[in-house]
Design a protein around this ligand. Structure first.
Ligand code: ADP
Ligand SMILES: O=C(O)[C@H]1O[C@H](OP(=O)(O)O)[C@H](O)[C@@H](O)[C@@H]1O
Ligand code: MG
Length: 364
């Protein structure tokens, strides 16, 4: 395959792509279990990846996220205890591998030129805002353009390839992050098993972002490994645990009901569904796995009457204040007192360009 097909890009231009954080609004984490979710892509935080043609193929470690030089043993130990062993280098490597493997399987020719790839991110690390897949997604976009194959790898299949990069690393994760990051905007997703097996992707419907009421993002610097959080529940689900299976179905139904609520702008229903979503997660995962600080973020909001739930697996919370401005003020004050960051959610519009849209199966 390599070296015999597509020509190298016309100019040795630098390619740069951003991928934004996402909020799981309803239905998560049922995306990991053939369920349904509604997620939105937000411009509050993003990762960017830069690809530059070079003679060798170089994966550039990030100066702080891939730290290998420390001031002391205790610096090293603290760092590992708080943020774990890994940074983004492994994500970039896995992205390159999965991309190459897929192209080979599909008979997509890749030219032989090399590149140097580096990343930057301001997404609070491991806070359930999909910092991991943002790095993969932005890197994947750079590869699509460097090899000039955007038209050959359909939009619907890209989230699965981005997920495969993390699976490659043993990270338990689902598709909702990657779908929101590939599509942008607000997306309703169905991960029906039969269809997933048949087509290799779920059913993704873009919703008008103006259907959303004002939302708030609450987060704390409290990294937690989403793979670890998920692994016990995943195992129980695989073992056929009735409680997990039926609760996951309930969670998936919240997204279905939420779609109608959004279309009807029935925001009191939306608030109820968001709260139910977190309550179900809490029952399935248990407080120890979710973490005291994460639970407190949810409860701070609930105490002022806001609807609250995790954006992802933990570390950040999405809040909705059904009573409007005065309640938002109370929420901001409560967050400040508890030492949590809070900011209004800024929704990213659709990210698909003309070539991307042409690859959608509905457009073929
Ligand atoms: N901000 C970051 N910088 C570098 N690598 C990151 C960052 N966030 C996540 N990663 C990498 O992705 C892996 C999985 O992260 P994950 O727990 O899914 O976090 P998130 O909730 O942000 O997606 C981490 O173990 C690490 O290798
Ligand atoms: O538990 C969840 O809601 C999500 O957890 C992961 O996202 P992360 O941002 O890493 O916490 C996972 O990748 C998603 O598919 C889950 O819905
Ligand atoms: Mg992640």
């Amino acid at each position: 395959m390599e070296g015999n097909g597509a020509p190298p890009p016309p100019s040795a231009a630098i390619i740069e792509h951003k991928a934004y954080a996402r909020i799981g609004l309803l239905g998560n984490p049922s995306d990991v279990y053939y369920g349904r979710t509604i997620s939105l892509n937000i411009s509050n935080f993003w990762a960017s990846v830069r690809l530059e043609p070079s003679s060798d193929l170089v994966i550039v470690p990030h100066p702080t996220h891939d730290l290998v030089k420390f001031t002391s043993l205790s610096h090293l130990t603290n760092r590992l205890e708080n943020e774990g062993y890994y940074g983004g280098v492994r994500l970039l490597m896995a992205t390159c591998k999965v991309f190459t493997k897929y192209c080979k399987e599909q008979g997509i020719d890749l030219h032989n030129n090399n590149f140097s790839i580096s990343y930057e991110t301001n997404i609070p690390r491991q806070t359930g805002l999909s910092g991991s897949s943002a790095i993969v997604c932005a890197a994947f976009s750079c590869l699509l353009d460097f090899y000039n194959v955007r038209d050959k790898i359909g939009v619907e299949i890209r989230p699965q390839l981005i997920l495969n990069a993390e699976k490659e690393l043993g990270i338990v994760a689902g598709l909702q992050d990657r779908v929101a990051q590939v599509y942008g905007g607000l997306v309703y997703m169905e991960f029906d098993k039969e269809k997933m097996d048949k087509y290799g992707h779920g059913n993704y419907t873009a919703l008008d972002t103006s259907l959303l009421p004002p939302l708030y993002l609450i987060y704390a610097e409290n990294p937690s490994d989403s793979g670890k959080v998920h692994s016990t529940v995943r195992q129980r689900w695989l073992d056929g645990d009735e409680f997990i299976i039926s609760s996951m179905e309930e969670v998936a139904n919240l997204a279905l009901e939420g779609k109608t609520a959004l279309l009807e702008k029935d925001y009191s229903k939306l608030a109820t569904l968001m709260n139910q979503n977190f309550d179900l997660r809490r029952r399935m995962f248990g407080d120890a796995a979710l973490g005291g600080l994460n639970i407190e973020m949810v409860e701070v909001g609930r105490r002022v009457g806001a609807a609250t739930k995790f954006t992802g697996s933990g570390g950040a919370v999405v809040a909705f204040c059904p009573d409007g401005a005065s309640q938002v003020e109370l929420l901001e004050e409560a967050c400040r007192k508890s030492g949590f960051f809070i900011q209004p959610v800024k929704v990213v519009p659709s990210l698909l360009n003309e070539i991307d849209v042409r690859t959608l199966s509905s457009k073929k």
